[in-house]
Design a protein around this ligand. Structure first.
Ligand SMILES: C[C@@]1(CC(=O)O)C2=NC(=C\c3[nH]c(c(CCC(=O)O)c3CC(=O)O)Cc3[nH]c(c(CC(=O)O)c3CCC(=O)O)/C=C3\N/C(=C\2)[C@@H](CCC(=O)O)[C@]3(C)CC(=O)O)/[C@H]1CCC(=O)O
Ligand SMILES: NC(=O)c1ccc[n+]([C@@H]2O[C@H](COP(=O)([O-])OP(=O)(O)OC[C@H]3O[C@@H](n4cnc5c(N)ncnc54)[C@H](O)[C@@H]3O)[C@@H](O)[C@H]2O)c1
Length: 156
């Protein structure tokens, strides 16, 4: 790894999270985040079936429209996951000005933090990263570690 990233384990229970975009990447990240918090706000004109379901169940708040700068107010952690690079980059810029930690799914160099793959059981949570260099290696490692932890970690 050229630049390994230091893993931190955040208490998300009092943090406000914003996810911009409602596609496959956003769904995967919300699925992971729902293990740790219910303070998730999604902003996207369209969303996948599972995201829609979580919104209907009240597990996340869904603002069904394009992102606006005002949506960042009061947020602690932001994930830009739209399919519009310009939009993601504007979100990163706005977050930097406001001192909000930001991740964007389209360009690792712009991320304050990387989104890990997760493996877990009742006692242990593992976050896995290749430092952004090889997502496939990360997925393989996640599968091995989940096996060691002895539980199917794919469902919430
Ligand atoms: C682990 C996981 C977590 C999650 O997303 O939940 C995750 N990516 C996963 C899957 C995945 N990623 C990609 C594909 C399509 C591959 C293909 O096409 O072959 C697939 C497979 C799929 O989607 O099925 C492509 C891709 N990924 C990034 C870029 C942009 C770039 O590299 O600059 C592009 C090109 C996008 C484009 O083309 O525009 C960037 C990032 N992806 C990260 C995390 C962060 C570093 C993780 C690490 O350090 O290893 C990092 C750096 C930043 C971030 O996003 O935080 C999850 C596996 C979950 C699991 O199954 O366990
Ligand atoms: N980091 C990763 O692991 C990874 C993996 C695959 C792709 N990607 C990148 O992530 C991007 C998103 O991937 P996807 O598969 O989820 O895309 P997708 O096309 O399935 O979904 C895009 C979503 O963004 C929403 N959107 C578009 N403009 C918006 C705006 N202005 N405000 C709010 N929401 C908006 C759309 O409504 C849609 O819900 C891709 O374009 C690619 O660059 C990253």
């Amino acid at each position: 790894m050229k630049q390994p990233y230091f893993p931190v384990f955040l208490d998300l229970s009092r943090k406000e999270i914003l996810v911009a975009g409602g596609g496959q990447v956003a769904e995967r990240r919300v699925r992971s985040l729902l293990l740790f918090t219910d303070r998730i706000c999604l902003v996207a004109p369209e969303a996948t079936k599972d995201l829609e379901k979580w919104a209907a169940e009240g597990r996340i708040v869904w603002k069904k429209r394009k992102i606006r700068a005002k949506d960042l107010e009061g947020k602690d952690l932001v994930l830009a996951a739209t399919d519009e690079a310009d939009c993601n980059e504007q979100i990163v810029k706005d977050c930097r000005e406001k001192g909000i930690l930001v991740n964007t799914s389209h360009k690792k160099e712009l991320c304050d933090f990387l989104f890990p793959a997760l493996a877990w059981n009742e006692k242990v949570v593992a976050g896995i990263s290749s430092g952004g260099e090889d997502c496939h290696a990360t997925v393989e490692a996640r599968k091995h570690i989940q096996k060691l932890l002895g539980k199917d970690g794919t469902s919430i």
